[in-house]
Design a protein around this ligand. Structure first.
Ligand code: SF4
Length: 236
């Protein structure tokens, strides 16, 4: 079994102007601005986004599952997207637990700001992870899938335990602090886990997701791709 690689010194940049536009920080309120700038400075000081990954061999592919180092991952979409490739990378990335000490502000606005800042940390951790794998394994284009992302049957959320317990041998919490709760939520909330693999064409599970008005959508819904990947053949 290959080693788990830990990336725990991921550089990040919090662009104040971009973030202020994103959170709609009102101009002309000096007190609000001071509170925002203080939080931004603290997250910049404390933030430590991290990621782990494992280079995994695909042992076999069945009609609806990909067998990865003995662990079956049940997703017909993954079967289709992998095609003949026999390698994927299990991963978990997170904003890090270090900003937890900033929680508990009585002002809900500050709680919202903190989550927005953590989201930037997570995104930069994921971007760093992609660059690391692309560079190390000379893969020009990567795509990812995460349990629960996309329509419910694309890769069911329940498969999250296979990543945490089996592909990462129950070591995610020890290595980067991410906890998987009994209800399959990750803590910190701004964490992501799944698999990455080489692709020739861009692919995102958002293309297979009917959710409307999602603020995090990365690609428009693709009805043609959705039909091709349909598992049960029923139209919605
Ligand atoms: S559209 Fe939103 S909910 Fe759907 S897969 Fe993309 S990010 Fe997730």
């Amino acid at each position: 079994m290959s080693e788990i690689v830990v990336l725990d010194s991921i550089p990040f940049h919090l662009d104040a102007a971009e973030l202020e536009a994103r959170i709609h920080l009102p101009g002309g309120d000096a007190e609000l601005r001071r509170a925002w700038e203080s939080l931004l400075a603290k997250v910049t000081e404390l933030g430590r986004p991290k990621a782990i990954y494992r280079d995994c061999t695909v042992d076999a592919v069945t009609g609806d599952s990909v067998i990865v180092e003995g662990v079956p991952l049940k997703s017909r979409v993954m079967v289709r997207q992998l095609g003949e490739r026999r390698r994927l990378f299990a991963y978990c990335a997170t904003c890090g637990v270090e900003t937890a000490v900033l929680e508990g502000s009585p002002d809900p606005l500050e709680g919202f700001w903190l989550e927005e800042l953590r989201l930037v940390l997570l995104r930069q951790a994921i971007a760093h992870l992609h660059r690391e794998i692309s560079r190390r394994y000379r893969i020009p284009k990567l795509a990812g899938m995460a349990p629960g992302s996309g329509d419910a049957d694309v890769w069911p959320l329940s498969e999250q335990t296979r990543l945490f317990d089996q592909l990462f041998n129950g070591r995610v919490t020890d290595l980067i602090g991410v906890v998987l709760t009994d209800s399959l939520l990750m803590l910190p909330h701004k964490s992501s886990s799944g698999v990455l693999f080489a692709v020739e064409h861009d692919f995102a599970t958002c293309q297979l997701c009917h959710r409307e008005n999602c603020p995090n959508r990365r690609a428009p819904f693709d009805s043609g791709l959705w039909r091709k990947n349909r598992m049960d053949g029923h139209e919605r």
